[in-house]
Design a protein around this ligand. Structure first.
Ligand code: 13P
Length: 251
């Protein structure tokens, strides 16, 4: 059985002070009635502050980063390495978000390097894939998404697949309020799992978790989570609204 996995991607929102307030209130108020694994991915500069509150208040929430470099250190101004994330108690790292691909030149090749590096440093990647509206309208969404995944998983060892989360995030659904129907989202997540089984094995594919992301909100989470191959959600906008995020966790 896969544990449901709800992750909040704060993107470039919240100062560390706002992050402290949010995690304190979240820890105080949320009940987690579905026993989900919950993860928050604040901006780098808030990781330490958020982690301190998680530890001192004994809040059952995991810490994730929104990106990382694949190298351990070196002359890469402005970048953050897996060693630095590990030292902060980070457990998850979002890799290859479409915003990183679109604005910061992430490619399947760099995503692949980052995924390999994350596993090497015992960080669990939340690897994002997803098609644009044009690709969906042309009827090529599935082949595009699956080949993106295959390229991003090149030479990733089978033993790591149980710790892999694939986030299917159709780009046209991100921040638009327009979510994929739960059937379309599930069809893609199913296709992703079948391809994982072909690449690795059935049992590995059954262990990997597949999230849907793109305008997830309290009003659509229950139906999304009822689908056979959707194991969780990667939540953007609604993860910085306390009430919405709590409602999503308690779908
Ligand atoms: P929204 O939930 O704001 O659509 O963002 C989704 C997302 O990009 C999460 O990584």
């Amino acid at each position: 059985m896969r544990t449901p996995f709800i992750a909040g991607n704060w993107k470039m929102n919240m100062t560390h002070l706002e992050g402290i307030k949010f995690i304190q209130e979240l820890g105080y108020e949320y009940k987690n009635k579905n026993n989900c694994e919950v993860c928050l991915c604040p901006p780098f500069i808030a990781l330490r502050s958020v982690k301190n509150i998680i530890d001192t208040d004994h809040i059952d929430i995991k810490l994730g980063a929104q990106n990382m470099h694949f190298e351990e250190n070196g002359a890469f101004t402005g970048e953050v390495s897996p060693l630095m994330l590990k030292a902060l108690g980070v457990e998850y790292v979002i890799i290859g978000h479409s915003e990183r691909r679109e604005y910061f030149a992430d490619t399947n090749e760099t995503v692949n390097k980052k995924v390999i590096s994350a596993f090497k440093h015992n960080l669990k990647p939340i690897m994002c894939i997803g098609e644009s509206l044009k690709i969906r309208e042309n009827g090529n969404a599935e082949s595009f998404v699956l080949s993106q995944m295959v390229e991003c998983l090149k030479e990733v060892d089978a033993k790591n697949i149980a710790d892999l989360t694939v986030a299917y995030e159709p780009i046209w659904a991100i921040g638009t309020g327009k979510n994929a129907t739960s059937k379309d989202a599930n069809d893609m997540c199913r296709a992703i799992r079948i391809r994982l089984a072909e690449l690795y094995s059935n049992s590995f594919a059954e262990q990997a978790r597949i999230q849907y992301g793109g305008s997830v909100k309290p009003s659509n989470i229950t139906e999304l989570m009822s689908m056979s191959d959707i194991d969780g959600a990667l939540v953007g906008g609604a993860s910085i609204k306390l009430e919405d995020f709590i409602a999503i966790i308690n779908y």
